[in-house]
Design a protein around this ligand. Structure first.
Ligand SMILES: Nc1nc2c(c(=O)[nH]1)N[C@H]1C(S)=C(S)[C@@H](COP(=O)(O)OP(=O)(O)OC[C@H]3O[C@@H](n4cnc5c(=O)[nH]c(N)nc54)[C@H](O)[C@@H]3O)O[C@H]1N2
Ligand SMILES: Nc1nc2c(c(=O)[nH]1)N[C@H]1C(S)=C(S)[C@@H](COP(=O)(O)OP(=O)(O)OC[C@H]3O[C@@H](n4cnc5c(=O)[nH]c(N)nc54)[C@H](O)[C@@H]3O)O[C@H]1N2
Ligand SMILES: [Mo]
Length: 652
C-alpha cells in the first residue's frame, strides 16, 4: 500500500513499484545514516540476519529495536558483570532450585507457561519470593494451566496453590534497596557463622570486589534501606532467612526492574546477591531475564544491534568484501530525537508499532511527521501507519503462524527463546491473502532494488532459501554449527552459555566477575507527586488491545484507569470512580493524559499504576535509564487533578 505526498488515502501498489520507490528514496539521501531501520522482536533468525546484512551493506548501524525499550538494561548489566548479556537458566533448573525470586513480573498474564515451571519447583520444595508493588494473581496463588482446565484463576479460587512463600510489596523502584537490605542481613549472618551463608569458595575463585561491597553494605542503615524499599525490617529479615542457608537460588526479572532510571544498577545488585551465594554455573541456580517478544533474544544474536562488535564487522568485510559502517547507530530514544531534529529522514520498520510503543507519544508523532518516507513491514495495521512521513509504504507480510511456501516448497524459520534454545517455527495457517510475501523475501527485494550493481550479496539465492541463509548464519555466529541439521531436531538445540557452564570471562577482569557498588536512586517528589508505572493488562499483547478486561486484577470494560492506594485517594481529596487527568512538568514541558477513572487498589502509598500505551504520552523522551537508554516506563512522576472537559472547536 502506498500513500503519496499530500495523499489522503493509502492506495494499492505493485510490489516491484514499491521496492523501486523505497530504493529511490534511500539512494537519494546524503548519507545512509539518514535512515533508521527498526525491528520488533518477532523477526525470525533468518530474516534478522538478512536484514542486518542489507542495512550494513547499505551503510549504517542505525538499527533501533524493541529491546531498547525492554531488556536493554539486562543486557548491559549482565555483560558488564558476568561477561555475557543473556540469562544462565534452563527449564530444568527450576526443578532443582532451593529458592526462586520473581521480581517485577506478572507471570499469569505475560508468561503463563512459566507457571508450570514454578509449580514443578514448588513440588520439589523450592521457596518462592515475589517482589512487586502489586499482588499479581499468579504471584500469590495459581492453578496450573496444564493440570487444571482453563487458565490461572483468581486469588479467590479455593483450589489454587499458594504460590509465593513470601510476598514483598515494594514501593515502585524500591527493589535495589530491598536487595541491599537482604545482602546486608546475609552479611551479618555470615560474620556470625563464617562460611555458612556466602559461598566463599566461589567468591574467592570467581569474583573481585567482595571487600568493597561489604564495606558499602556496612555503611547502609537497615532502617533506611527498608524505608526506601517501602518494606518493614521484619519482612526483609524473613526474606534473608529464607535464603540464608540455601545455595541454589534463581532470580528472574522483567519490566518492573528494567524500565527504571537505575534499571542497570538494580540488575547489577541482583547479580551481587547471586554471586555472593555462588548461585551461578551450577544446576538449580542462576539469572533469568524473562524476555517478551518471541524472538527478541534471537534478533540480537543475529546482530540486530546498533552497537555491533568489531569482530563481526571485520567478518562481514572479510566474507563479502564490502566496508561495513563502524560508527555506532541510534537506539530507539536517540532515533526519535534524530528524526525530530531532521537528521534522520526515512524510517523503515520490520514489524512493531513504533508510535504507540515508544515514549512521549506527541513528541514522537511530531518526529515521524517530519520524515520524507515511512515504511512498515507489518502483519496488522496499527497506529504507526497513520502517523507517517511525506510518503508512506506498507508491505503486508506473512505472520509466523502462516504457511510459508516458496516455489512450491513449504519452508520453516527458527527462533531463540530466553533460555538460549534455538527451535524451528513453522506456520500452519492459510495466509489471509495470496499477495503476502515473507519477510526474508521482502528484505532481499528491497536490498536488490536499493544496492543494485554495487552489492556483493546474492540476494536472489537467500530470498528463496532459508537453508542457504542458515548456512550463512552458521558461518558468522558462534554456536550455530550444523545449523541446518540441528534445527530440524524437534527440541532444537542450546546455544553455548559460558556462565551456565561455569566458565566466566569478563572484559575488565578476565575470568573474574566484579561485584558492583550501586547507589540508591534519589527520587525527589513534590508533595502532590505520585510514582506511576505503566503496565500491561490481561487483554493486550503490547500495543495490540484484544479486549477491555484485566481479569486477574478485577478490571472490566475499561482501560483508562489509575490504580491508587485508598488513603492517597482520601488525602488527595478524590473519590473512587472519579474522573481525573494525569499530568507532569518535566524539563518545563506539560504532558497530559486526560480522563482516567480512579480505582482503589492494594498498592503502596504514593504509587500508581496505569496501562501502557495509553499513558506513554506522560513518559518524557529524556527520562531514560542510565547506560541502557531505556525509557523509564515503570517510574514517571505524575500529578493528578479532577478531570477538566476539553471542548474542541472544529473549523474548516
Ligand atoms: N499476554 C501478554 N503477554 C506478553 C506481553 C503482553 O503484552 N501480553 N508482552 C510481552 C513483552 S514484549 C514483555 S517485555 C513481557 C513483559 O512482562 P512483564 O514484565 O510482566 O510486564 P508488565 O505488565 O510491564 O509488568 C511488569 C510487572 O512489574 C511490576 N512493577 C511495576 N513497577 C515495579 C517496580 O518498581 N518494582 C517491581 N519489583 N515490580 C514493578 C508490575 O506490577 C507488573 O506486575 O511480556 C511478554 N508477554
Ligand atoms: N509505557 C510503556 N511503554 C512500553 C512498555 C511498557 O511496559 N510501558 N513496554 C515496552 C516493551 S517491553 C516492548 S517489547 C515494546 C513493544 O514495541 P513493538 O514491538 O514495536 O510493539 P508491538 O505492539 O509488539 O508491535 C505490534 C505490531 O507488530 C506487527 N507484527 C506482529 N507480528 C509481526 C511479525 O511476525 N512480523 C512483522 N513484520 N510484523 C509483525 C503488527 O503490525 C503489530 O501491529 O513496547 C515498549 N513500550
Ligand atoms: Mo518487551
Amino acid at each position: 500500500m502506498y500513500l503519496s505526498k499530500g495523499g489522503t488515502h493509502f492506495q494499492p501498489i505493485s510490489w516491484e513499484e514499491a521496492f523501486r520507490k523505497v530504493a529511490e528514496t534511500l539512494n537519494d539521501l546524503d548519507s545512509p545514516d539518514e535512515v533508521a531501520f527498526y525491528t520488533s522482536g518477532r523477526l525470525s533468525n533468518e530474516a534478522s540476519f538478512m536484514y542486518q546484512l542489507f542495512v550494513r551493506e547499505y551503510g549504517t548501524n542505525n538499527m533501533p529495536d524493541c529491546s531498547n525499550m525492554c531488556h536493554e538494561s539486562s543486557g548491559v548489566a549482565l555483560l558488564e558483570t558476568i561477561g555475557f548479556g543473556k540469562g544462565s537458566v534452563v527449564l530444568d533448573d527450576f526443578g532443582k532450585a532451593d529458592v526462586i525470586v520473581m521480581m517485577g513480573i506478572n507471570p499469569a498474564t505475560n508468561m503463563p507457561r512459566m507457571l508450570d515451571s514454578l509449580q514443578k519447583a514448588k513440588d520439589n520444595g523450592a521457596k518462592i519470593i515475589a517482589i512487586n508493588p502489586l499482588q499479581e494473581a499468579g504471584l500469590i496463588a495459581f492453578n496450573n494451566p496444564q493440570q487444571v482446565k482453563g487458565m490461572v484463576d483468581s486469588v479467590f479460587n479455593v483450589s489454587t496453590t499458594k504460590m509465593a512463600d513470601l510476598f514483598l510489596q515494594v514501593r515502585i523502584n524500591g527493589d535495589m534497596a530491598a536487595l541491599q537490605a537482604i545482602e546486608k542481613l546475609l552479611y551479618q549472618a555470615e560474620r556470625e557463622n563464617p562460611g555458612t551463608v556466602f559461598d566463599q569458595e566461589f567468591v574467592g575463585k570467581n569474583t573481585v570486589g567482595y571487600e568493597g561491597l561489604m564495606a558499602h553494605l556496612e555503611e547502609q542503615s537497615l532502617e533506611d534501606l527498608a524505608g526506601a524499599a517501602g518494606l518493614s525490617v521484619e519482612q526483609l529479615v524473613e526474606a534473608a532467612g529464607i535464603m540464608q542457608d540455601k545455595k541454589k537460588i534463581i532470580i528472574c526479572w522483567a519490566m518492573g526492574i528494567t524500565q527504571h532510571k537505575n534499571g542497570v544498577d538494580t540488575i547489577k545488585e541482583i547479580v551481587n546477591l547471586v554471586l555472593l551465594k555462588g548461585s551461578l554455573g551450577k544446576p538449580g541456580a542462576g539469572l533469568w531475564p524473562v524476555r517478551g517478544h518471541s524472538n527478541v533474544q534471537g534478533n540480537r544474536t543475529m546482530m540486530i544491534w546498533e552497537k555491533p562488535p568489531a569482530w563481526f564487522l571485520d567478518k562481514l568485510k572479510e566474507v563479502f568484501g564490502f566496508e561495513p559502517p563502524r560508527e555506532h547507530g541510534v537506539d530507539v530514544v536517540d532515533c526519535i530525537k534524530a528524526m525530530h531534529a531532521g537528521k534522520i529522514k526515512v524510517f523503515f520498520a520490520m514489524g512493531g508499532n513504533f508510535l504507540s510503543a515508544t515514549p512521549d507519544t506527541a513528541y514522537t508523532a511530531e518526529a515521524m511527521r517530519k520524515l520524507k518516507l515511512t515504511v512498515s513491514v507489518s502483519t496488522k495495521l496499527n497506529r504507526t501507519h497513520l502517523v507517517h512521513g511525506e510518503e508512506a509504504i506498507i508491505f503486508p507480510t506473512l505472520a509466523r503462524s502462516d504457511k510459508d511456501v516458496v516455489d512450491g516448497v513449504e519452508q520453516f524459520v527458527s527462533c531463540e527463546n530466553s533460555m538460549g534454545v534455538v527451535q524451528m517455527s513453522k506456520g500452519i495457517l492459510k495466509p489471509v491473502s495470496k499477495d503476502l510475501r515473507n519477510e526474508t523475501q521482502i528484505i532481499c527485494e528491497v536490498a536488490k532494488a536499493t544496492l543494485g550493481d554495487r552489492t556483493k550479496v546474492d540476494w536472489d539465492r537467500y530470498g528463496k532459501s532459508y537453508d542457504a541463509v542458515r548456512g550463512l548464519i552458521e558461518w558468522f555466529i558462534p554456536g550455530f554449527e550444523n545449523y541446518n541439521q540441528r534445527v530440524r531436531e524437534p527440541a532444537g538445540f542450546y546455544l553455548p552459555n559460558g556462565p551456565r557452564a561455569g566458565k566466566f570471562s569478563t572484559e575488565l577482569y578476565g575470568n573474574k566477575m566484579p561485584f558492583s557498588i550501586c547507589r540508591l536512586p534519589k527520587i525527589t517528589m513534590e508533595t502532590d507527586d505520585y510514582r506511576m508505572a505503566s503496565v500491561r493488562s490481561h487483554d493486550q499483547f503490547n500495543t495490540t488491545i484484544y479486549g477491555m478486561n484485566d481479569r486477574y486484577r478485577g478490571i472490566h470494560g475499561e482501560r483508562r484507569v489509575i490504580f491508587m492506594n485508598e488513603k492517597d485517594i482520601l488525602d488527595g481529596g478524590f473519590q473512587a470512580g472519579e474522573k481525573v487527568d494525569l499530568f507532569n512538568y518535566y524539563e518545563g514541558v506539560e504532558r497530559i493524559a486526560r480522563l482516567f477513572i480512579i480505582v482503589p487498589y492494594n498498592i503502596p502509598r504514593r504509587c500508581t499504576v496505569t496501562y501502557y500505551p495509553e499513558t506513554n504520552v506522560l513518559v518524557p523522551i529524556n527520562s531514560v535509564a542510565e547506560k541502557s537508554n531505556t525509557p523509564t516506563s515503570k517510574l514517571v512522576l505524575i500529578k493528578i487533578r479532577k478531570h477538566v472537559p476539553v471542548i474542541l472547536v472544529l473549523r474548516d
